[in-house]
Design a protein around this ligand. Structure first.
Ligand code: CU
Length: 131
């Protein structure tokens, strides 16, 4: 009789352990072709790591920079011309692929774009929604 009573308790423990395990990164693939991103909007869950794979099919370099409007304004004004890649500011050389992993801690909306001269105006812009 005692063994029968413990069985539901063990099942509950297994369920709780499963819920606490860290989730694997979610994967998002963005392709760049003819100076456009393949997605103009990306929806991701907030609070979990998201791995972005950015594949540049063009014979010229591009960028994938994600941030708020103030961040993009800094890049438009060119006050930060050259720096090493950061998780949220990735340069993808011609005909190559880069990956980066980001976590959006709370629900938010961010823009991503390429700040090489003329590319934003040409349409290399998109929006990410974390919810
Ligand atoms: Cu570009």
């Amino acid at each position: 009789m005692k063994r029968l009573c413990l069985f539901p308790v063990l099942l509950l423990l297994v369920a709780v352990a499963g819920a606490c395990a860290p989730a694997p990164p979610r994967e998002v693939t963005i392709e760049i072709h003819y100076s456009h991103y393949s997605m103009s909007q990306i929806d991701v869950p907030a609070g979990v790591p998201i791995t972005f794979t950015i594949k540049n099919d063009d014979p010229i370099d591009h960028e994938w920079m994600i941030g708020d409007l103030a961040m993009h304004e800094r890049h438009r004004l060119g006050t930060e011309l050259v720096h090493a890649s950061r998780p949220d500011e990735v340069t993808i050389p011609a005909l190559s692929t880069r990956t980066t992993t980001l976590t959006f801690p709370v629900p938010m909306a961010l823009m991503y774009m390429c700040h090489l001269p003329g590319h934003e105006q040409y349409g290399m812009v998109g929006m990410l929604i974390a919810k």
